[in-house]
Design a protein around this ligand. Sequence first.
Ligand SMILES: [Zn+2]
Length: 406
Amino acid sequence: MARVLLTGGSVLDVRAGARTRADVLLDGNRIARIGRPGELGASVDAPRVSIDGQTILPGFSNNHVHVGWSGMGWDGGPTGILRDEALYDSDGINGIKAAANLRKSLRVGLTALRDLGMRMSAVDAKEALRRGLIKGPRLFIAGKAIMCTGGHTWWCGREADGADEVRTAVREQVKLGADHIKVIANERTPQYTVDELRAAADEAHRLGRRITAHASIREAIRNVVEAGFDSIEHGGPVDDDVLAQMVERRIMVVPTFSPRLLQTERGPARGMPAEVAAARRRQAEQSPPGAFLRRMREAGVKFAFGTDAGSPCVPHDEIMAEMEALLRYEAVTTPLDVIQMLTIHSAELRGDADRLGTVEEGKLADLVVVDGNPLTDVRVLGKVRHVFVDGEHLVEDGELRDWYPW
Ligand SMILES: [Zn+2]
């Protein structure tokens, strides 16, 4: 694979929050050298990409996506358009949606997606990426999400009840190629017993997979922490003793402001009933979102970035709304916090920080180049000029490249 020299830009050290002028040489799928401005120029025979005034960051990750959901509209029902998409769309339509969503994700700088389940769409998308049928971010998949019979989003997952069947469900996902396991722990009330959750966590760990839970209410968060889960999706209120365990066991949280935020804002124009929108606005005024996240952050819990992309009104290329909401609701306090969620924390969440998540010599060349300094203005993260995945230059000057050899 080709060598490329990025010249005239700065490299962002996402751990230290330091931005330093440097040139970067990519060789194949690796970051080969990082040198002072001009240092590599004379000795390196490689095509140059001039990025004056721009900043090189590790590629971004969205850690809560559903690649098979379009994120387009709202059908007015209690679950929006999702249930219909899941129940009635053919596998072909789901595949086309996934392909479109991978392209949209690339354009905004996402070089890794952590899919949390929707029938077989992510399994098929991962296979299509492996075969080179499409290009896209790295895709880490859960197979199907696991829930109790009739549980939250039962229409797109694997229903399983009792410890034995839950174990079988975990094994099935691993057989399908799951990189991690996702369990639904609650809707309005807890939907699994601690015994069932413990069986899921034990089985996942025995098979070398991390396990995460949809957990957004106090009792469910207590249950999944007690059962040994590795991370929590959405999050919610927690008791002091549970919070202390989360900190001690480094259980990360993937907050997701986007569905509530974007559905309230855009839903009415896309078919969401006005009374649902009004109820959401009232809810937001009464209990500002993010209070529980502030408490977790102050206690020392780490967050990774996620939008729940594919949910109604949350398209896969809309990530700036989430970044701004994280700051507005004080889940985090600085643009660097957001950058860490998008990069190094994401790698830590997956367990691959030895290969990804920072711009360092020897690491995989998953990079984003943005126009400006994102440490002083988070919106700079939306000004994506170049994206490299595994050393391949897939977004050039803000445009997706035509990468097909035929
Ligand atoms: Zn989700």
